[in-house]
Design a protein around this ligand. Structure first.
Ligand SMILES: [Zn+2]
Length: 348
């Protein structure tokens, strides 16, 4: 194949109803064609990049009635039912009431899933269980899931979905085949949005605001307020990085949100701060470097100039540390205060 770019886009199963993620798709398609399907996969990557869509597409490919090379055909009865999420051999558990309120997947949810996997497939050759938010298993739920992972029925395929590997218990992780999904190139997200009828200027803003998380971009596209909220959030975080007084107040507000159980919001905000620090670090090394938050270039250049290379690196490290601390449940307010104080140090 002479043109590598074209090869990666068109060689793997073009019928998978998934945007991007060609490498993982071609790996899974090969597994089906060669009959080497594992019993458990762990799909990791940030929320909103299409992990669940990919899991359902894989379920479609497994259950499709066409010859292996043509799966998923997208036309047979199985494909149709998986796509509409009503196939009797595919079950899914997830945090029901949105990511912010529900805290953990319960033992009852995993018990139900185990009961469903204990039955032979009704129609196809496989029974498939999708576990969304797998990093949020309660201890009991994790133990119950582990039993299935240790001795899966021969026809079972488990698809666990989590943000990252570190958040998964080693016992579970080690029994899964790990597949890492990365955000898509912004230009691809922009192109897909435009093809779905969104004006070019808005497509650019959505692609940037979601940083290549295609599912999130499509969701935001149908929610007018969401994009504005996101851009406001970027402005707020940027102000906190730039102004010492703003930083501490900002940290306190985040700690308060965390206390009220809005953990996902706090972590999302810190991830945003990480990305802005990373941009600032690039700019501290080279004022003309390409960055993610192009629209905030002037403010980030100012930050980079004032902090210098060492200062921006410290800000980035402190923010990553705060994220890690929250994950192991260090007192939230303390973790956030320490980060905020590092952000504002060296300002005068
Ligand atoms: Zn089919």
């Amino acid at each position: 194949m002479s043109d590598q770019g074209i090869a990666t886009v068109f060689e793997p199963q073009p019928r998978w109803p998934v945007i991007g993620h060609e490498r993982v798709i071609s790996y899974l398609a090969r597994a089906i064609q060669r009959g080497h399907v594992h019993h458990a996969y762990l799909l990791t990557g940030p929320a909103g990049i299409g992990r669940t869509t990919l899991a359902y597409a894989f379920a479609q490919a497994l259950l499709c009635e066409a010859v292996p090379e043509m799966r998923p055909c997208g036309r047979c009865r199985s494909c149709d039912r998986v796509l509409r999420r009503v196939h009797p051999d595919v079950t899914r558990v997830s945090l029901e009431q949105g990511r912010e309120e529900a805290k953990l997947l319960s033992i009852d949810q995993i018990r139900e899933l185990r009961a469903s996997l204990a039955l032979r497939p009704l129609e196809g050759a496989w029974r498939i269980a999708i576990v969304d938010d797998a990093e949020r298993l309660s201890r009991d739920a994790a133990d119950a899931l582990l039993k299935t992972l240790e001795e899966p029925p021969p026809y079972a395929v488990l698809l666990l979905i989590a943000e990252d590997l570190q958040s998964m218990p080693e016992t579970i992780r080690s029994r899964c085949h790990v597949l890492t999904l990365n955000p898509l190139p912004l230009t691809l997200v922009q192109q897909v949005l435009q093809e779905s009828g969104i004006a070019p200027e808005r497509a650019v803003r959505l692609a940037r605001a979601t940083r290549g998380r295609i599912a999130e971009a499509l969701r935001m596209a149908s929610d007018n307020a969401a994009l504005t909220r996101r851009e406001k959030q970027v402005a707020e975080v940027l102000a906190a990085l730039n102004e010492p007084l703003a930083a501490l107040g900002f940290a306190r507000r985040l700690a308060e949100q965390y206390r009220r159980g809005r953990r996902a919001v706090v972590e999302d905000t810190l991830r945003l701060a990480v990305e802005l620090w990373r941009d600032a670090l690039w700019l501290a090394a080279d004022l003309n470097a390409p960055i993610v938050y192009e629209e905030a270039r002037a403010a980030l250049q100012e930050l980079a100039r004032r902090k210098g290379l060492a200062g921006t690196a410290r800000g980035l490290r402190a923010t990553l540390q705060a994220l890690a601390d929250l994950e192991v449940n260090v007192q939230a307010r303390l973790a956030l205060d320490v980060a905020a104080m590092t952000w504002s140090e060296g300002n005068s």
